[in-house]
Design a protein around this ligand. Structure first.
Ligand code: NAD
Length: 477
C-alpha cells in the first residue's frame, strides 16, 4: 500500500446518503428490543472488537501509512495496543460496571428498595476525526458496546483508506444489527445529524462541535464533545531544562504534532531560553539523525494529513513574525508527501499567527516570559485548553497552576502520557469540550442511571402523614 492519497476524500467509498435512514431505522429497531442487553452479547462484541484489531494490525498500519505516513510503531503503541487492551479489560469489568446499585438511604427509607439501574441509552452516533482514526472511532464504540448500546460510526473522510478498511472489518466482526459504519464527509454527517440519536459522541474541532450541538439541541440529545485547543507548556527555569526539552519534543513529534494533547506552545523564562533551544536541537538530532535523512525522510515521523492542512501549516510558518531556530524544512513529493519538519520558533508574541488557533502540526512556538505569574496570566487570558503542561519540581508552582488555571487535564513534568492511564477520565472543559471518556467513563457516558423505588404495602402507616387533610397549622414551628 504505497500510493499516497491526497486525502481530499475518495467519494467512491462513500455510503449512499439514502442508506443512512435505513441504518438508523435498523439500529433503532434493534435498540427497541433487549438484543444488546445480555452481558454475554456485550462481552462477545468487545472480544470480537479486540480480535478484529489484533488480527488486522498489519493491514490497519498499512492503511494509515497510505493515508498519512503514520509510523507503524505509533499505530501499534497508541491505537492498536490500547484498543485491544481496553476492549479486553472492559469485557472483564462488565459485571462490576453494570451491577445495579442500592444506595444507602435515610433511616425511614430503608424499606423502599431504592435502586439505580444501569440502562443502555439506546443508539449512539460516534463521529470521529482523522488524527487517531482507529482509537477515536473504536474507543467510544468499546464504551457503547459495554453499555449495551447500538452504534453508528462515522469515521473521518480525511483518512479514506483507513476508514474504508474499518467499515469492512466492522461488518465482518461485529453484530450488523447493532453496529454500522457510514463513510463520507460533511453531507453524510449532516444527514446523520438531522436524525434522532440517544447520545452523540463527537471528537474534532470546536467549530464543527457547535454544528453538532445545535443539531443535537433539536432532539435534546446528550453529547460528548471531545475537542482540542492550544495546550500550553510552562517550563520553570529551575527544572532540568534539558529533560523538559526531550519530553516536550517527543510529545510534539508524535503524529507530527497532530494530537489533541500535543504541546502547542511553550512559555519559557528569558533566562532558560537559550538552553531550552539548544536542548531541543540536540534531541531533534538524536531522534532523527541528519545522517539518515532527518525527520523529513523518516519512517518514524508522520506526514500532514491533507493538502489543506499542509497549506494551513506552511501558511502559518510564512506569516509568523518569529524566528525559526530549529527545523523549518518541508517536502511534498510522491514518496514523502506533505512533510513538515519539527520546527521551533522563538520571538513569538501573543498576537502572532502561530497563536491564533490550535496549531495541530509540528510547529512549536516559544513565548518568553519573566516569571510564573506571567505564564499563569497568559494561560488565563486564552480559551480554556484541553491540557496544560508544567515542568517544575516546585510544589508551590504546582499548587498555583492547580488553583489558578483551568484545563481538561493537567500534567506535571511530562506530556501525552496521561492518555496511557486507563483509570483517569479524559475530557475538555469550556472551549475544549465536555463529557468524560476512557474505559468506565465512556461506559457511563452511554448509560442511563435509572432511579427506582419500590414502595412496600406495609409502608402505608409511615406514609399517612402525606395525605390531606394534613392540618396546615400542625406544620407551624
Ligand atoms: P475532521 O476534519 O476529521 O472532523 C471530525 C469529524 O467531523 C469527521 O468525521 C468529519 O466528517 C466531521 N465533520 C466535519 N465537518 C462537519 C460538519 N460541518 N458537520 C458535521 N460533521 C462534520 O477532524 P478535525 O476536526 O480536524 O479534528 C481535529 C480536532 O479534533 C483538533 O481540534 C483536535 O484537538 C481535536 N481532537 C480532540 C480529541 C479529544 O479526545 N479531545 C482527540 C483528537 C482530536
Amino acid at each position: 500500500v504505497d500510493t499516497p492519497s491526497s486525502n481530499g476524500g475518495d467519494t467512491s467509498l462513500e455510503t449512499p446518503l439514502e442508506d443512512i435512514e435505513n441504518y438508523h431505522t435498523l439500529l433503532h429497531t434493534t435498540a427497541s428490543t433487549t438484543h444488546t442487553h445480555p452481558l454475554a452479547w456485550r462481552r462477545h462484541q468487545l472480544l470480537q472488537l479486540a480480535r478484529m484489531v489484533q488480527n488486522h494490525a498489519n493491514e490497519l498500519c498499512d492503511a494509515l501509512w497510505a493515508d498519512m505516513r503514520k509510523p507503524r510503531t505509533e499505530v501499534i503503541f497508541t491505537e492498536i495496543g490500547a484498543l485491544v487492551q481496553r476492549a479486553v479489560k472492559s469485557a472483564a469489568k462488565l459485571e462490576e460496571w453494570t451491577k445495579e446499585e442500592r444506595p444507602s438511604v435515610g433511616v425511614h427509607q430503608g424499606s423502599w428498595n431504592a435502586t439505580i439501574y444501569k440502562v443502555p441509552k439506546g443508539v449512539v452516533l460516534i463521529i470521529a476525526p482523522w488524527n487517531y482514526p482507529l482509537i477515536l472511532t473504536l474507543q467510544p464504540l468499546i464504551g457503547a458496546l459495554a453499555a449495551g448500546c447500538c452504534a453508528l460510526l462515522k469515521p473521518s473522510e480525511l483518512v479514506p483508506t483507513t476508514s474504508a478498511l474499518l467499515a469492512r472489518l466492522v461488518s465482518q466482526y461485529l453484530d450488523p444489527s447493532a453496529v454500522r459504519v457510514v463513510l463520507g464527509g460533511v453531507p453524510a454527517a449532516t444527514r446523520l445529524l438531522a436524525l434522532r440519536w440517544d447520545h452523540i459522541h463527537y471528537t474534532g474541532n470546536g467549530r464543527v462541535a457547535r454544528v453538532v450541538a445545535a443539531a443535537a439541541a433539536k432532539f435534546l440529545t446528550p453529547l460528548n464533545l471531545e475537542l482540542g485547543g492550544k495546550g500550553p507548556v510552562c517550563v520553570d527555569p529551575a527544572y532540568d531544562v534539558d529533560l523538559a526539552a526531550k519530553r516536550i519534543l517527543w510529545g510534539k513529534v508524535n503524529n507530527a504534532g497532530q494530537v489533541c494533547v500535543a504541546p502547542d506552545y511553550i512559555l519559557a523564562s528569558y533566562t532558560s531560553l537559550d538552553t531550552l533551544v539548544a536542548s531541543l536541537r540536540k534531541w531533534y538530532a538524536a531522534f532523527y539523525p541528519p545522517s539518515t535523512g532527518g525527520a523529513l525522510h523518516s519512517r518514524e515521523y508522520a506526514s500532514i494529513v491533507s493538502d489543506a492542512h499542509y497549506a494551513r501549516l506552511t501558511g502559518l510558518l510564512a506569516r509568523t513574525k518569529g524566528t525559526i531556530v530549529m527545523g523549518g524544512g518541508t517536502e511534498n513529493s510522491a514518496e514523502w508527501p506533505r512533510r513538515i519538519e519539527p520546527t521551533v520558533v522563538v520571538g513569538v508574541q501573543g498576537d502572532d499567527a502561530l497563536m491564533e488557533e490550535e496549531i495541530f502540526g509540528p510547529i512549536l512556538p516559544i513565548i518568553a516570559i519573566d516569571a510564573v505569574d506571567s505564564a499563569i496570566d497568559f494561560v488565563r487570558s486564552r480559551p480554556t485548553p484541553l491540557v496544560l503542561y508544567m515542568f517544575t519540581e516546585d510544589p508551590l508552582f504546582k499548587q498555583r497552576i492547580l488553583n489558578e488555571t483551568r484545563s481538561g487535564n493537567v500534567v506535571f513534568n511530562d506530556v501525552f502520557q496521561q492518555l496511557d492511564v486507563d483509570e483517569l477520565p479524559f475530557a475538555g472543559v469550556g472551549d475544549s469540550g465536555y463529557g468524560n471518556q476512557i474505559m468506565e467513563y465512556t461506559y457511563q457516558a452511554f448509560t442511563q442511571l435509572r432511579s427506582s423505588i419500590d414502595m412496600p404495602i406495609d409502608a402505608e402507616p409511615a406514609l399517612s402523614v402525606r395525605y390531606t387533610p394534613r392540618g396546615e397549622d400542625a406544620t407551624r414551628i
